[in-house]
Design a protein around this ligand. Structure first.
Ligand code: A2P
Length: 300
């Protein structure tokens, strides 16, 4: 099996970011630690977490163990975390970011994102990210779940442009307008839930294409991401799937099949954030950290 998890894209500030990494949304701390260790064992070079996931400590633990077990150094791994909605605002971001570093057991992150565009605060939050960037504690900064209007807001006031916009992105949710805007502005689109949280894997059209390449649907979707110039972070708590999701460098999807998958876009998002307006959302969620009580079922 040829893993090329070292393959990188170059962000707009020159920093190189692995194009495929491990996501850990909906994984508890022990699960995150185990998944990160498996990922590092199998060659992954990038990990994506967030304060909101409630598992930064688990990721920090897995990172330390994974680095030691595999003879790696911290700088071999590209670590992303995100600013919690309840922490947004200039001083509050600065005050709370130190806790994130502590939980992650690191002095810096490679990419720091605004997790959601909380209206009324995201511009001040961006200014805080610039301060963190200039201090060297984040090698690159960006946003997540920003539509074009809000991206333009940031571009108008920023002294450092966002390097990345992380969005829900999979064959049924291709955010074509946002992708085009990001391309025009030299911002990389990064896919969260690239497998649609698992839901897209049962699409029979994708299965037909996957069978042609003797690959799984997950592998075809992730390969489609790579060929589309998308950064992607599939989540799994199963070692075999973590391996499988990285085994996407030994085949190429034809132009015709790429076009066919591009045609599957159905504007189908998995969450309720359809219009991206935080101000209209239930109050409780804005300040809550996700807690995943369900212990993942680990299998080899
Ligand atoms: P699990 O963690 O139990 O392996 P996304 O990254 O789009 O959010 O999707 C993650 C979901 O897809 C999780 O439910 C994960 O389950 C599942 N998953 C991840 N990789 C694969 C795979 N290769 N085959 C089948 N299911 C997968």
């Amino acid at each position: 099996m040829s893993l090329k998890l070292d393959s990188t894209v170059t962000l707009n500030n020159g920093v190189k970011m692995p194009q495929l990494g491990l996501g850990v949304w909906k994984v508890n701390n022990s699960g995150a630690s185990q998944s990160v260790q498996w990922a590092l064992k199998h060659g992954y070079k990038a990990i994506d977490t967030a304060k909101q996931y409630g598992n930064e400590a688990g990721v920090g633990d897995g990172l330390q163990k994974g680095l030691a077990e595999n003879g790696l150094k911290r700088e071999d791994i590209f670590l992303t975390t995100k600013i919690f909605n309840g922490d947004q605002g200039y001083q509050s971001v600065l005050d709370n970011f130190e806790g994130q570093l502590k939980r992650l057991q690191t002095d810096y992150v490679d990419l720091l994102l605004i997790h959601w565009p909380v209206d009324g605060t995201y511009l001040d939050t961006w200014r805080a990210l610039e301060t963190i960037y200039k201090s060297g504690k984040a090698r690159a900064i960006g946003v997540s779940n920003f539509n074009i209007t809000r991206l333009k807001d940031i571009l108008q006031i920023c002294s450092i442009k966002p390097a990345v916009n992380q969005m829900e992105y999979h064959p049924l949710c291709q955010e074509v307008d946002i992708k085009n805007f990001c391309d025009e502005n030299n911002i990389y689109l990064e896919a969260w839930s690239p497998l649609g949280g698992g839901a897209v894997l049962s699409d029979t059209r994708l299965k037909t294409i996957a069978d042609k390449y003797n690959k799984s649907v997950a592998q075809v979707i992730l390969r489609w991401d790579l060929q589309n110039g998308i950064i992607t972070i599939p989540k799994s708590v199963h070692e075999a799937r973590i391996i499988q999701n990285a085994d996407v460098y030994d085949f190429e999807i034809s132009d015709d099949d790429m076009d066919e998958i591009n045609g599957f876009d159905a504007d189908k998002r998995s969450l309720w954030y359809g219009d991206f307006f935080w101000s209209g959302n239930p109050d409780g969620f804005k300040d809550s950290v996700d807690v995943w009580d369900d212990e993942p079922q680990f299998t080899k």
